[in-house]
Design a protein around this ligand. Structure first.
Ligand SMILES: C[S@@+](CC[C@H](N)C(=O)[O-])C[C@H]1O[C@@H](n2cnc3c(N)ncnc32)[C@H](O)[C@@H]1O
Length: 242
């Protein structure tokens, strides 16, 4: 009997699991040049506030002023998964203490191992961030398991992702905006409406915040918490490796 192929969501389409990554790669190849501009346009700049909330949650050590005594805190290392254009890493390093490091990883598993080795060798305080990326990976549970594996004990994982709007009036408005305005904007700015149709569909397929928190616990994370932002458009999930 032939083996049944495993399928997964690519937006609202069901695709063989092994095809998803190539489809996602096409999306980001197509929009990369205008990716940052589109984020500002689509969200009216709100993505900056969501990302700032992620930086606040990570809380990298701030740079000291000249007259302040030298801090004795150990250096801080950040591993930013699906880091794309480096937007999270740049924000994290802005105003951070010297010695703070950020490693940006984007679809390259070997980078995870490098980050882990560096952090372990230096006894660094470390954190992993994953912003607007986990929704795209074919095996979300496996990605969470890897994030857990490469964190040192005491390290923290923060995942910023689109979530579920629960405010009744806002939900209808958000759906209208998502399915009508965003693809049209995507076509005008990147000449690729499909990439942005995929964005809005993939958001609808992503687990609700309580279900995602449960997936994090299943991957081993402790003290899992989440914070909804902008009426649930986005949620920031955090957990520790203890
Ligand atoms: C929506 S962008 C987010 C970029 C950045 N984190 C930000 O918030 O601006 C999603 C990123 O995930 C990356 N990506 C998709 N699948 C991935 C995978 N399996 N592993 C690592 N990165 C992946 C894409 O290449 C893309 O750069």
């Amino acid at each position: 009997m032939p083996r049944t192929r495993e399928h997964t969501d690519f937006g609202f389409r069901r695709v063989p699991l092994e095809h998803k990554q190539a489809l996602v790669d096409d999306v980001f190849h197509s929009v990369a040049r205008r990716y940052d501009l589109m984020n500002d346009l689509m969200s009216g700049g709100l993505h900056r506030a969501w990302k700032d909330a992620l930086v606040t949650a990570v809380n990298p050590p701030p740079a000291r002023r000249a007259q302040q005594p030298k801090a004795s805190a150990q250096p801080f290392a950040l591993l930013d998964l699906a880091g794309g254009t480096g937007d999270i890493a740049f924000r994290m390093l802005e105003g951070a203490a010297s010695g703070t490091r950020a490693t940006v990883v984007d679809i390259n598993a070997d980078m995870l191992a490098v980050g882990r080795a560096r952090a372990a060798a230096r006894g660094l305080d470390d954190a992993i961030t994953f912003a607007f990326g986990i929704r795209n990976v074919p095996r979300i549970a496996a990605a969470l398991g890897e994030a857990y594996r490469v964190l040192r004990i005491g390290g923290r994982f923060h995942c910023l992702e689109f979530s579920t709007v629960d405010v009744p009036g806002l939900a209808a408005l958000y759906d209208f905006y998502s399915f009508n305005v965003i693809p049209a904007l995507g076509r005008a700015v990147t000449e690729d409406a499909d990439a942005y149709r995929y964005l809005v569909e993939s958001i609808r397929r992503f687990p609700r915040p309580d279900a995602f928190a449960e997936m994090m616990r299943a991957a081993g994370f402790a003290r899992v918490s989440f914070q909804r932002m902008s009426g649930g458009i986005v949620a920031l999930h955090s957990g520790w490796r203890l």
